[in-house]
Design a protein around this ligand. Structure first.
Ligand SMILES: [Zn+2]
Length: 379
């Protein structure tokens, strides 16, 4: 590496030659996204809300109907498209059953769980097996086994495979580092792609969970942070409609921020990381030893750690995801109160601190979003 540094002027977005196929892909994703988010619409409505010409909309829709990703039907009295004289307009809608998605969740302690989902993110089939201490290549082989069972169980063409794993994952789906699975530089996406010949998307479990909450939870359009509490603690953020990756793809790694230098020893080798008080096994220990009041004390510590994040990013929603019997109630209340005490009124006014209504499926549904976003451009 050179020791002299040359200032580089960076564009905010990558620039390059614009190709006609990029335009077609963009139009297709734009229309699919409108239908995914807002439900059935006529071609005229789609032209209005997308800003595309009627001719372009008709052309792209014809292609999507031919691929069976969209279906057509006549509008009825219950549809919002009303008030025109003459024939009722034909509506197009996403065909939720046109494809299936294989999703894998490696975030839970000691279990690999997988599911088949439709394009609306509904879980249709489940498979899973205990990890039983498997690590490295043997753990990869178990993932392949479960994916294989789901691919065999699929009754529709498989749109893609989405996998959520602990640890840092790069853009090519290489698990850079996941100590609990013994994965270091493990090309999980490449291996699955080679074995099953469908598109594969791999991402960090907390990032995947926040995508699940953003797309299928009750999330609004403001900034969203999801803190995933399991064997460890991680978080994912969706800001201005996009997942935050960070400089080294490690955005959201709040679990190993030290909150008490004299605290308990952490798996990372330091003392008093947030994970040493908030990880599910630690919460269970505290509850057993000190009773329910101890969870409120943890909530205050978590609130102190997260208040600067909420204030800095002006988040709209902070979601805790994990065992509800530990998180919901005293702990959540204390987090909420502490953040409000420690931030400007404007930060707290519309802030919602809650748990996820999707339960543990938030990760599997997020893994489906990885595929929907990668293959159809919808999220
Ligand atoms: Zn740590």
């Amino acid at each position: 590496m050179s020791t002299t540094s040359v200032p580089v002027r960076r564009a905010l977005r990558p620039s390059g030659r614009h190709r006609p196929e990029d335009t077609r892909r963009h139009h297709r994703a734009l229309l699919l996204q409108l239908l995914f988010r807002h439900g059935p619409a006529s071609r005229a409505d789609l032209a209005r809300s997308s800003g595309l010409t009627r001719v372009t909309v008709s052309d792209v829709i014809a292609g999507l109907v031919a691929e069976e990703l969209l279906t057509e039907r006549k509008s009825g009295p219950a549809d919002p498209v009303q008030g025109r004289v003459g024939k009722p307009p034909v509506l197009v809608q996403l065909a939720a059953e046109a494809r299936q998605i294989v999703a894998v969740d490696l975030s839970a302690d000691g279990v690999v769980s997988g599911a088949l989902l439709n394009l609306s993110g509904d879980v249709q089939e489940r498979r899973g097996q205990p990890l039983e201490g498997r690590r490295g290549d043997v753990a990869v082989a178990l993932v392949h086994t479960i994916v294989g069972e789901l691919v065999d169980a699929a009754t529709r063409p498989v749109l893609g495979i989405g996998a959520a794993t602990p640890g840092v994952v790069d853009a090519a789906g290489v698990v850079v580092d996941a100590p609990n699975l013994g994965w270091h530089g493990t090309p999980l996406a490449e291996g699955l792609r080679a074995a099953f010949d469908v598109p594969v998307f791999v991402a960090n479990d907390a990032n995947t969970a926040v995508l699940g909450e953003h797309t299928f939870g009750d999330a609004g359009d403001g900034g969203l942070m999801l803190v995933r509490v399991g064997t460890g603690v991680g978080s994912g953020l969706v800001l201005e409609g996009a997942l935050l990756h960070g400089h080294r793809a490690a955005a959201g790694e709040v679990g190993h921020v030290v909150i008490d230098p004299d605290g308990a020893e952490c798996a990372c080798g330091r003392r008093g990381c947030l994970e040493t008080v908030l990880a599910a096994p630690r919460l269970r220990e505290r509850l057993a030893a000190d009773g329910p009041d101890a969870l409120a004390e943890v909530g205050v510590q978590v609130g102190i750690a997260l208040a600067p994040v909420v204030g800095t990013l002006n988040l709209n929603e902070l979601v805790l995801s994990g065992p509800l019997e530990l998180l919901d109630g005293a702990l959540l209340g204390a987090v909420d109160r502490t953040i409000r005490e420690r931030t400007m009124p404007v930060s707290g006014e519309e802030l919602v601190v809650r748990t996820s209504a999707l339960g543990d499926d938030v990760v599997l549904r997020g893994a489906a979003v990885l595929v929907l976003a990668g293959q159809l451009g919808v999220s």
